[in-house]
Design a binder for this molecule. Structure first.
Ligand code: PGA
Length: 251
């Protein structure tokens, strides 16, 4: 994997004024960072953030995408609409959407397909709950979640970004150890390799309380190609520290 990919997931945070301050801070500290960077913002701010990111190396992302292309689907936002705003990445299957919006593995697979069909890179999230980890089911759960996406998307799987986000580590301050994360990443890597001859194209991100203090150790793992950052992406200094850690991995 050439360079690390760091993506901020703002979740349901931000506002016109706050977004400007945050992105001004990030742009000021960005310099010639040797890593790929994206921010996934709430839908209403796509137009604003598209303008603020013009002429920067930071890519724009959304936090979801509809499995439908158009029509009577109140409240949904389609992949072509996202393309209108220059969206490069769409998070799909985040555990908060699986948990609070009942998104199934099959729906996540269809959303992945829509994104790919319209030139948007889906960031497909998988991860186990604490109960599943304690029951020794981690590997089976993430494999099942990824298998549904592979089943629906076939060889196009080489065009996704994958994110391993243990549910128990999201927003809790309880990060997976580098060894725990690496072990799951290796399982996911093997599954991707079995599905496509172009597995090297797939970046596998870690997400779940990644921050300035632990990013370097996580990013040093062989199969951790970057991070999906929630809380620490909302403060420019914290996000920049993670970008610095990714930059240093580039040698
Ligand atoms: P966190 O969120 O960094 O706040 O744990 C990560 C995510 O949910 O994508």
């Amino acid at each position: 994997m050439s360079s690390k990919l760091i993506v901020g997931n703002w979740k349901m945070n931000g506002g016109l004024a706050a977004n400007q301050v945050l992105l001004d801070g990030i742009k000021t500290g960005l310099g010639a960072m040797r890593c790929r960077v994206g921010v996934c913002v709430p839908f209403p701010y796509l137009a604003q953030v598209q303008l603020l990111l013009a002429n920067t190396s930071v890519d724009l992302g959304s936090q979801d995408v509809s499995a439908q292309v158009s029509g009577a689907y109140t409240g949904e936002v389609s992949a072509p609409m996202l393309r209108d705003f220059g969206v490069r990445y769409a998070i799909v299957g985040h555990s908060e959407r699986r948990q609070y919006h009942g998104e199934s593995d099959e729906l996540v697979a269809l959303k992945t397909k829509q994104a790919l069909a319209h030139g948007i890179t889906p960031i497909v999230c998988v991860g186990e709950t604490l109960a599943q980890r304690e029951a020794g089911e981690t590997e089976a759960v993430v494999k099942r979640q990824l298998a549904a996406v592979i089943h629906e998307n076939g060889h196009c799987i080489s065009e996704i970004v994958l994110a391993y986000e243990p549910v128990w580590a999201i927003g809790t301050g309880r990060t997976a150890t580098p060894e725990q994360a690496q072990a799951v990443h290796a399982v996911l890597r093997a599954q991707i390799k079995a599905a496509t001859a172009h597995a090297e194209r797939v970046s596998i991100l870690y997400g779940g309380s990644m921050n300035a203090a632990n990013a370097a150790d996580l990013l040093a793992q062989a199969d951790i190609d970057g991070g999906l950052i929630g809380g620490a992406s909302l403060k420019a200094a914290d996000f920049l520290s993670i970008l610095q850690a990714a930059h240093r991995c580039a040698g």
